[in-house]
Design a protein around this ligand. Structure first.
Ligand code: C2E
Ligand code: MG
Ligand code: MG
Length: 569
């Protein structure tokens, strides 16, 4: 039989044994009456040192006033208890974050003292603070994430109500993806860290910086800046991010576009200000990137129109509500049609023609181009399979299609399905699409060439015009951009560019198509400069396939029918 103990002893032993809570009694004047193991652990005093002393000895001299006026408390707390969280100090002077409960104790109605329970919450507090930090900060760069940035913005808005002003600079890196793709993610991460550091220097003491997503950053400019100070900061952001970034012997040139919105001028709540800065950023990107645009209310109208167009486009893609027109490409020497370029046409639900230059970039952005592009490819190949069997069909590929790993297989399937000979298909790609992911693009182009399909580099001369692309990619044709053809009439440079592109292509055994030939003078100049093929309104506008009698007549008649087209223009 265990030794019988009184209930009183049992409670005493129980309380003395509790390790995680400091539990002790004070008399009505604050004299410590008992002291458990938890108290010894939390505060560092032994029971022998502390029992009989006033609890005020726990407070440093300066903190004495924090000691509670106990007598008043007993009356005030007759029915309840006092709960507080705050810093407490150990015997050795070190601090811990504690929750403290003070409960007045009454014995048969008479106040006999206080029960005090103190718990060390330092670890929990640190964990909670870490979680809070993680929730509001970006792990990679250590600066605010979107949540943290919006918190700062929200906290500043009351000042705006009292006459202060602020600006949000929304920053998007122009060429982060190609850097990340070609140099690898470690370098990409380092680029982002460098961007954060540079932005923090630009922001200085009057700014808060944040990473709002992938390669999107923002600066909140405080201190009631005027228009001039805002423009100055925006310009400095562009300059700072235009500086090449050197990492592990590699040099990344990224550049940035910036959209700016102000408060109170452009909005009073954080969502509106950020949305307006984003609209301005959209305009900066549309205007060629690497520049700053300031929000103006007309951007809202454009955003509205865009969202209407977006809805219409989604519906059209879902139901393949498009048409292809075909524009002839002719042999410059014989004037004979050698093939047609398929060009996408869209009449929206109200019957309005929308230019591909407008809806194709939008479809790209909405991730619809893969589906739409496949429809174009299938429709064009099916049409071409019914043409004379020496006619080629050229199909434009978008950047997303070119970077899609399934492309080669899709082309193979469509050729098999439509029965079109691979050498009768030519795919047109642009420099920008290739530079998006050069490695993947050149691999894909190689696979397409292995299928026997031709590859034309479209709009040559408008992008980076990197002649090394011509050397390193297995192309079959260069299409010289219309801007050089129209320049033939009045600038020597255009003629010089055409001549040098033609001679480069001849060296590599590539064909050249001059785009946008509108006059006979241009045609003659292009023939004299050695272009192998011509395309343009002079030779035929893009038309539905039913329009082209030459598709169904014999090849020898095609030259004649083209002359007729010239006479009409
Ligand atoms: P692109 O591939 O360079 O096509 C040539 C553009 O120039 C066509 O514009 C054509 O109508 C126009 N054009 C042809 N000859 C002349 C001329 O003599 N003078 C003038 N001023 N223009 C001429 P379109 O059809 O508006 O297409 C614009 C761009 O949209 C195309 O440029 C191409 O990049 C893109 N696009 C068109 N269809 C497709 C498609 O199915 N898929 C993809 N990814 N892009 C397409
Ligand atoms: Mg084209
Ligand atoms: Mg073109």
């Amino acid at each position: 039989m265990p030794k019988a103990i009184s209930q009183e002893t049992m409670y005493r032993l129980l309380i003395e044994a509790v390790r995680d809570y400091a539990i002790y009694m004070l008399d009505p004047d604050g004299i410590v009456l008992n002291w458990n193991i938890g108290a010894e652990r939390a505060k560092g005093y032994s029971a022998r040192e502390i029992v009989g002393r006033n609890y005020e000895c726990f407070f440093s001299h300066d903190d004495r006033k924090a000691a509670l006026p106990l007598r008043n408390l007993a009356t005030a707390l007759r029915e309840g208890h006092y709960l507080q969280e705050g810093w407490r100090y150990r015997k050795d002077g070190s601090a811990f974050w504690a929750s403290v409960t003070l409960t007045p104790v009454f014995d048969e109605g008479e106040h006999v003292g206080f029960a005090k329970i103190t718990r060390d919450l330092t670890q929990q507090r640190t964990n909670a603070q870490e979680l809070e930090h993680q929730a509001s900060h970006d792990g990679l760069t250590g600066i605010n994430n979107r949540v943290g940035f919006l918190d700062h913005l929200q906290n500043e808005l009351p000042q705006v109500m009292f006459g202060a002003a602020l600006a949000v600079h929304y920053v998007d890196l122009d060429r982060f993806k190609p850097v990340n793709d070609s140099f690898g993610h470690d370098v990409g991460d380092e680029v982002l860290r460098t961007v954060a550091k540079r932005l923090s220097l630009v922001a200085g003491n009057d700014g808060v910086i944040g990473r709002l997503g992938g390669d999107e950053f923002a600066i909140l400019q405080l201190g009631s800046p005027d228009d001039e100070a805002i423009a100055w900061m925006a310009a400095r952001i562009v300059t700072a991010l235009n500086e090449p970034i050197k990492i592990e012997g590699k040099t990344a040139v990224i550049g940035a576009s910036v959209g700016v919105a102000q408060a109170p001028k452009h909005g009073a709540d954080e969502a509106t200000i950020l949305r307006n800065a984003d609209l301005a950023l959209y305009k900066a990107k549309e205007d060629g990137r690497n520049c700053v645009r300031f929000f103006d209310p007309s951007m809202n109208e454009r955003a509205l129109q865009r969202s209407v167009l977006e809805t219409k486009l989604r519906i059209a893609v879902a139901s393949n509500d498009f048409e292809l027109h075909y524009q002839p490409v002719v042999d410059a020497q014989t004037n004979r049609i050698i093939g047609f370029e398929a060009l996408l046409r869209w009449q929206d639900q109200t019957g309005k023609n929308v230019s591909p230059a407008v809806f194709i970039p939008l479809a790209e952005e909405l991730n619809l181009m893969g589906q739409l592009g496949e429809w174009v490819l299938r429709t064009a190949c099916r049409a071409a399979a019914a043409w004379q069997d020496d006619l080629v069909v050229s199909v434009n590929l978008s950047a997303t299609q070119l970077c899609d790993e399934k492309l080669v297989n899709t082309v193979r399937l469509v050729l098999a399905e439509t029965g079109l000979r691979p050498d009768r298909l030519e795919l047109e790609i642009t420099e920008t699409a290739i530079l998006g992911d050069l490695e993947l693009a050149s691999y894909t182009i190689g696979c397409l060439r292995d299928l026997g399909v031709g590859i034309a580099l479209d709009d040559f001369g408008t992008g980076f015009s990197s002649l090394s692309l011509v050397k390193h990619l297995p192309l079959t044709r260069i299409k010289i951009d219309r801007s050089f053809v129209s320049g033939i009439d009045d600038t020597r440079e255009s003629t010089a560019v055409i001549r040098s592109v033609v001679s480069l292509c001849e060296g590599y055994g590539l064909s050249t198509t001059a785009e946008g030939v509108e006059t006979d003078e241009q045609r003659i100049a292009l023939v004299l400069n050695g272009c192998s093929h011509l395309q343009g309104y002079l030779l035929g506008r893009p038309q539905p396939s039913s329009y082209w009698p030459s598709l169904t007549i014999s090849a020898s008649h095609r030259a004649t029918s083209l002359k007729a087209v010239w006479e009409l223009t």
